[in-house]
Unconditional design. Sequence first.
Length: 201
Amino acid sequence: MNKAIAEFGSLLAMVSVILFAIFMVTSKFGSYLVCIFLALGYIMMIVGFHNESDEDRKVSANVGMIFGCMYAVLILLVYYAQITAVRNDVLNEQAIMVLDFSRGGLLFSYDLLGYGMMSLSTFFIGLTIKPKDKKDKWLKYLMMIHGVFFFGCFIMPIMGVFSVSMSDGSDSLGGIIALEFWCAYFLPICILSMIHFKNER
C-alpha cells in the first residue's frame, strides 16, 4: 500500500506537469487547476521517499517532507484563490493587484516562495536516496540539483524583478519559456520516482 500510494502520487505529479506545460499556452484556468493536483501528487511522492528512508537519514527526510508540506500549503492557497475569488468575484483594482497571480503581486510572490520550498524539499529528499541502479542515481542527483531553484525563487521577488513587467496582467514570453524549461527538468524526476516505487513494489 505504501509504495502504491507513492507511485500514484508520482504518476499524478507527472501528468500534472505535462498538462501544466500544455495549459501554459492554451488555458490560464487549466494551468492554475493542475498546479493544485501537482502539489497533491508531490506530497504523496515525497512521503513515500520519507517512509523508505534509513534511520541515519531521517532528519534529512523529515526536513524534506516539511518543506514539501510548506510548498503544498502555499500553492493550494495561491491557485485556489485564482480559480475561485479572482475568477468569480467582482474585485476592485487594489484587491486585484494583491490577489491576481498574473499581476505579479503578493500571491505571485507566495507562489515563487512555494516553489522555493519545493526546491529545498527535493534537495533534502535527494539526500535520503541510496541508489540501487542508474535510474535511482539519476533521480537522486536531479532532485538535489533542483534545490538550486530555491535561490531564484526566493531572491527575485525581493528584488522586484516581476513587479513592473507583470503589472498589466499580460503573459511574459520569457516567463512562459522559463516555466516550460522547469517542466522539462521536473518531468524526469516524476517519471523516475514512479519507476522507483514500482520497482520497490
